[in-house]
Design a protein around this ligand. Structure first.
Ligand code: BTN
Length: 255
């Protein structure tokens, strides 16, 4: 199975049996000067967190709950691009290790059969308008069964084990994510966002679909058209206008 072949990512590794959130642990390490690529993995999180203040269900021994320290050179506007890059890396790693053909829902959820199996959270610490460091959090539902989820989540989520029928080797998955991430991050630092944008588009399950966007401006409907240069979603409205969506959540219509 996949071995770690990186030079930096995942080389500095802390494995915890239980923690509140690996985001908090990695953030502490970054604050103390940890090098880029430092990784914190936990068997269980007692208050795992997701995007937009949502909780992230992280039962013991079944998932990949991990956070890595990033020290990007670029401006604050690069952060959304890094979340998209992370989604591409995890999507590729999942395909290699489990064979599950996961797809990306904008901006960075991974779905199989329309159900979520991975979430990504990038938190940037900003000082004087510059990124001091970022914490890249990845939660993959590797070996969870339906009964491992709270009732209200069951219809919306799935796991690699449920999709592939076999138990996933979590260490191999972690190594594969680190390998893919380091390779793509190198590409990004050398050639910019364009190659990542194209890879993201090819793995997307969002493009061409009818969507609803909910954000501060309310609710808007349209067709997901493509990814813009900064990582924003370009949406074609009912009036035929193409407008950018920078943040918020989208809902995909069936079909
Ligand atoms: C989302 O889809 O809302 C993002 C979920 C991110 C979950 C991961 S699990 C490891 C890391 N630690 C956390 O508390 N959250 C992230």
């Amino acid at each position: 199975q996949a071995a770690l072949t990186t030079s930096r990512f995942g080389r500095e590794l802390t494995v915890l049996s239980k923690t509140d959130s690996t985001q908090t642990e990695a953030e502490k390490k970054a604050h103390e000067g940890a090098i880029e690529g430092t990784l914190v993995v936990a068997e269980e999180q007692t208050s795992g967190r997701g995007r937009q203040g949502r909780p992230w269900h992280s039962p013991p021994g079944l998932g990949v709950w991990m956070s890595a320290v990033l020290r990007p050179e670029g401006p604050l506007t690069a952060v959304p691009q890094l979340t998209l890059l992370t989604a591409v890396a995890v999507c590729r790693a999942i395909r290699v290790v489990s064979g599950v053909e996961a797809g990306i829902k904008w901006p960075n959820d991974l779905l199989a059969d329309g159900r979520k199996l991975c979430g990504i959270l990038l938190e940037a610490v900003v000082e004087d308008g510059r990124v001091r460091h970022c914490i890249m959090g990845i939660g993959i539902d590797a070996n969870l069964s339906e009964s491992d989820y709270p009732e209200e989540l069951r219809s919306k989520v799935t796991s690699l084990r449920r999709e592939s029928g076999v138990e996933v080797d979590r260490s191999a998955l972690i190594a594969a994510v680190m390998n893919e991430f380091e390779m793509l991050y190198g590409l990004y630092n050398e050639r910019g966002f364009e190659p990542i944008r194209l890879l993201w588009e090819s793995l997307s399950v969002t493009l061409g679909r009818e969507i609803v966007v909910r954000d501060l401006k309310g609710e808007r409907r349209g067709i997901a058209h493509g990814l813009g240069e900064q990582g924003e979603l370009m949406m074609r409205t009912e009036q035929g206008e193409i407008i950018p969506v920078y943040s918020g959540d989208i809902e995909l219509y069936p079909g």
